[in-house]
Design a protein around this ligand. Sequence first.
Ligand code: C5P
Length: 227
Amino acid sequence: MTKTATKTTIKTTPTTIAIDGTFASGKGTLAKKLAAYFGYAYLDTGKLYRAVGLRALEAKADFTDGLALAKLAKKVTAKELDNPVLKSGPVGAAASKVAIYAEVRAALYDFQRGFAANPGSPYKGAILDGRDIGTVICPDADVKLYIDASPDVRAERRYKELLSYGEDVSLAKVTADLTERDNRDQNRAEAPLKPAVNAHLLDTTNLSIDAAFLRVKALVETILPHK
Ligand code: C5P
């Protein structure tokens, strides 16, 4: 029998975990916990759209002019992602309005893909959460998750969160905003929110954050046993 040399391919690119899901599904909290546990860099990509939304609100921009909004998107820097104002309800709504434009989305591609490709030392990889990470931004991600929960539970969570920021809101208003946001995110032509074909689905309606984390952690350890 002749021996043939076998060539081992070693994957050198950093590991990527893509987490998509609905608004207030718990995906951000899960992503942060996973990143801390596995030693990965974390990017909340919603903040990029929120930063564009905030810039547009401040500039009193025309929300029907995708090209003008894309110009604002091109100016977004990592530094402004720490602005606590980004967390507010009005900025979130503005984010989902600017996010419908292909030009705005394209202006934010490089930032997101660059983060995944170069998470930087000492990180072993990157976790990105958003709406189109597994479908558009990182289609080759090593692990893809899609997180959802019932609209009522998500509205309740978001309501409590906004109260904790000192916002004066009612549960009814939060519920109405959530329905509007779901519709816009799921039905837009550009990168609509949907699970990637090979995404692992998790419904957090009846799960505490710790229970959800343990499930996802176990899943990641199964898929990436050597990480
Ligand atoms: O996740 P978050 O609520 O911060 O996102 C704000 C909005 O930004 C979303 O409702 C969505 O319209 C948009 N977004 C997006 N694609 C992403 C992340 C957020 O379209 N990857």
